[in-house]
Design a protein around this ligand. Structure first.
Ligand code: ATP
Ligand code: MG
Length: 334
């Protein structure tokens, strides 16, 4: 029933020379839903979105958007979609209003329609006051909003958003989530890529996790959490050099092997809070000082850690310079 699917991808492969960016990805987006494509740097998110937007040809595999094969019916696909790329596509020297008009011209829309739609979008994205200033005077959040507004000029029924909130401060990120939610409430189908588990959890009904060009998990946020089982304890020790010893000491009371992430240790457990007491006792007997200990339900972070063996992106509110570099920006494989 491909009519019910806004997007369907089967066995999608894309090579760039020796680099295998996509290694057989399957994915579907039912009409009216939001699907989150979650993965770290270099996972293949942008490559997927570019193929779906007809900007890039697949090496093999099939991708259909609005029922049309992207390689055979690119014009039909383009008419059905809006795209907000990872890097803002606004023209710095044009004003906000002129940028929107330019996109209207690209889509060959009637000038009277474009004029009215532009005013509506400027208002909706809170850009009316800045509408007649060149976009180079806009803040990062304003550019992102203008970019999204531009992709909506032709009222697309399917929207591709490539990392819509990367680089935004927490307030702008919340505002962007609100805007996306509104679009979805109005019936727009959305495929959004993100490195942020919290964003996928917040917006997407269905989450597809990719790493190294392959789908490594798929389901609702809750199903993904259930997949890795029950409660976990998370322990931080004052002296990071003793974390390995702490893992050994705690292994017998765990319900699976502890995972060590720098000075932090995550361990699946059963038995609720009594396990906390046992853990503190065991570590105390060993002379290992605990700086923090909590019992919690699995989060998508835990899912990511258990699936990929490394932690997901830290909170986006933390500026990049404050984050621990986990991978190179482009395609670094560890
Ligand atoms: N034009 C290109 N030429 C060569 N290699 C490319 C090209 N585009 C992407 N790649 C490689 O393909 C892989 C997937 O890249 P892609 O941009 O799809 O990742 P991503 O998930 O969007 O990452 P990010 O979170 O950093 O945006 C990477 O190894 C990247 O270096
Ligand atoms: Mg990308």
């Amino acid at each position: 029933m491909t009519e019910d699917l806004a997007v369907s991808i089967e066995g999608l492969v894309r090579h760039f020379g020796d680099v295998v960016a996509l290694d057989g990805v399957d994915l579907t987006v039912p009409r009216g839903q939001v699907v989150g494509l979650l993965g770290p740097n270099g996972a293949g998110k942008t490559t997927t979105v570019r193929i779906l937007s007809t900007l890039l040809q697949p090496t093999s595999g099939i991708a259909r958007v609005a029922g049309f094969d992207v390689t055979k019916k690119p014009d039909e696909v383009r008419r059905a979609i809006g795209l907000t790329g990872q890097y803002a596509a606004v023209d710095e020297y044009l004003t906000g209003r002129e940028n929107l008009r330019m996109f209207g011209d690209l889509y060959h829309l009637a000038p009277s329609y474009v004029k009215q739609r532009t005013a509506e979008l400027l208002d909706w994205f809170d850009l009316t006051d800045a509408a007649d200033r060149p976009a180079r005077t806009y803040s990062g959040g304003m550019r992102r909003r203008l970019d999204l507004a531009a992709s909506l000029i032709a009222r697309p029924s399917i929207l591709f958003l490539d990392e819509p909130t990367t680089g935004l401060d927490p307030r702008s990120r919340l505002a962007m989530w609100g805007v996306i939610q509104n679009l979805v409430d109005e019936g727009t189908t959305v495929l959004l890529t993100t490195q942020y588990l919290e964003e996928a959890d917040q917006l997407a009904q269905d989450i597809v996790v990719i790493d190294h060009g392959r789908v490594i998990a798929h389901g609702t946020a809750e199903a993904l959490k259930d997949q890795i089982g029950g409660d976990r304890i998370e322990i931080s020790v004052s002296d990071p050099t003793r974390i390995g010893r702490a893992a050994e000491v705690l292994r017998p009371i765990g319900h699976g092997d502890p995972v060590v992430d720098e000075a932090r240790l995550l361990m699946p457990v059963s038995g609720g809070s009594t396990v906390l007491v046992d853990a503190v006792r065991l570590l105390d007997a060993e002379g290992i000082e605990v700086s923090d200990i909590v019992l919690r339900r699995p989060t998508l972070d835990d899912v990511f850690l258990s699936l990929t063996g490394h932690a997901a992106e830290e909170d986006p509110a933390v500026p990049p310079a404050g984050r621990k570099g986990r991978r190179d920006k482009k395609g670094g494989k560890e």
